[in-house]
Design a protein around this ligand. Sequence first.
Ligand code: SAH
Ligand code: SF4
Length: 413
Amino acid sequence: MQIPGLIDPVPVPRAITPREDGRVDLLGLSALQIRAELEEKGLDIKQAKLRSKQLFHWLYHRGETDFAAMTDLGKTLRPWLSEKFVVGRPHVVEAQVSSDGTRKWLLRSDDGQDYEMVFIPDADRGTLCVSSQVGCTLNCRFCHTGTMRLVRNLTPGEIVGQVMLARDALGEWPKGTMAADASVEDEDIDAPQYSPDGRMLTNIVMMGMGEPLYNFDNVRDALKVVMDGAGLALSRRRITLSTSGVVPMMERAAQEIGVNLAVSLHAVTKEVRDEIVPINRKYGIEELLQACADYPRANNARRITFEYVMLKDKNDSDEDARELVRLIRHYKLPAKVNLIPFNPWPGANYECSTPERVKRFSEIIFESGISAPVRTPRGRDIMAACGQLKSASEKKSRAELDRLAEEKQAALG
Ligand code: SAH
Ligand code: SF4
């Protein structure tokens, strides 16, 4: 995908990261891709078709990573699979739990790139905040991720891997034998009967590190796997993709992914949005709101969420609130507004609006009949809240730079 202009998208990595041992990691692959891999390694077409479906089920419905435990796959096939394939997971570098129950994981890819995911438990739902890139090419002034130098797109495996890992950590895979499998070569009849557990992970938001629409193909492929009814089976109504406003990709997002849309608006004038969300210089507010009006999936039952970070004396006046209402009305948008109190991070140049200001801002919007709840910050104590994510890779590269400087010095001396 190429987007001409000021902001360069990052290169799309290979779908499957090559491994040193030559085995292929099936994590993140669709049933069709698994089938192609099986054929590539020598299974005949009929076998590959049957086995890919079974594997898909084991991988994404049961969360199984050990081929030996995939009891309906045949005794000779299982060691063959272990020889040629693996079912990987992102490496966990660090797992933290906030005093409010929010959890954050620092993950590492096979090539040593760090990224983060966050789980936010609530009374009636559990939301996983998933990253789409290591870092972000855009640098919204109030966002920690935007200050990272290292950027790489995450592969579908790394994106789906976050959901799989969360299910592992929450212990949410169904146990036992599936009734549907009983007719197929059931070699493990003694196993307890399959029973779906009550789930904690109910929703996914593509609101972690990165701009998902700058990694369109991988995000789409990953979410398709996540939504597949034979696997993780999360409904598209429970998935929300947040964009800072990559206008040319929005229609495709509706057509090819079809999840709920959130738009990081954050300002209502060109002057302020140009400053705090620099992609605005490329795709302005009018163009962005027109794209929202045209977003085919939006209607009153599935409204577009406008995210609005509350920055003291920057975008938080009564006038700003009224202009926001006017814009939403002008474009006849089925919209709700999420007011996000600014989450601070070291070196940030902004302050959060006062609670009274946030309240007044919210009231003005509510009074016009548009819902504008204030989002309670979650996980601030472990730097897991919106816009606080930034992995240690930056520190590592700083250390690397220092080391190189020292070596140079030593060589000169
Ligand atoms: N890149 C995408 C999605 C990730 S950010 C996007 O920008 O939409 C998720 C949300 O957190 C966005 O609305 C983002 O603007 C907001 N955000 C970023 N930094 C923040 C901060 N310091 N405090 C509060 N919200 C922030
Ligand atoms: Fe990137 Fe979103 Fe942060 Fe902007 S707010 S820098 S688009 S992650």
